[in-house]
Design a protein around this ligand. Sequence first.
Ligand code: MN
Length: 269
Amino acid sequence: MTPPVAVSARSDVGAVRHVNEDSYLAEDPLFLVADGMGGHARGELASRTAIESLNRTLRSGGLPTPDEVITAIDEANAAVRALSGADESGAAVAGTTLTGIVRVRVPELAAEQWMVVNVGDSRVYRWDGRSLTRLTVDHSAVQELVDAGLITEAQAEVHPERNVITRALGAEDFVDTDSELLPEQDRDTFLICSDGLTRELDDGRIAELLALGPADPAEVLVEAAKDAGGHDNITVIVIESVTGDDAPASTDTRDRAVGREAEDTQPRE
Ligand code: MN
């Protein structure tokens, strides 16, 4: 059964930059953010190429399998690589992060799962109504320093190399994609975002804003990041899936309700 997924998505150039090099796709079963990099508008092209490649490969039929998602990311990597090869200078290399959630079918389990994927320093979080849990690990120079115990998370936020990422689509012939499968729960809420959000708002501030229960959480988060400086492009997707006892009335029930309403509004004779 396909759970209903409510989507709030927004991408904004921010308050400082002139070009939005982020791209995203938020159409079930694909919820992906790509943050492009490279001079001469190549970042924009790289992120768009990656997203378009994945959309072409994975939205053709039903839910993909995890293997199909990984293969599609490999193909997206090749497509971004092809952009770099087209540059005659040979110096400008286009690359992009790729991070998000794909609803997949797992043949061995005969069940749907959420598949979290990550290359680079965009992020996926889970929101449980009270607290925010980061599901991805940044592939960045500062994350390596944090992991080695050399600097703290707080120092990483202001470190001069905080923009240096250690994995990207387009960087190498083979891309090493982090992935994780999560079982669907009665109620799942995920936040997917580019670093333009997380460099302006810390996790505590993001949680405060989500706790307000805004109707359009992506817009609220993007506006807050712009108010906080908006130094980078900002892309946010919030998806909410509700199944089981918490699910809204099924389509059948709604159809019956509509039928009754139609009867009630018959003109009097
Ligand atoms: Mn960015």
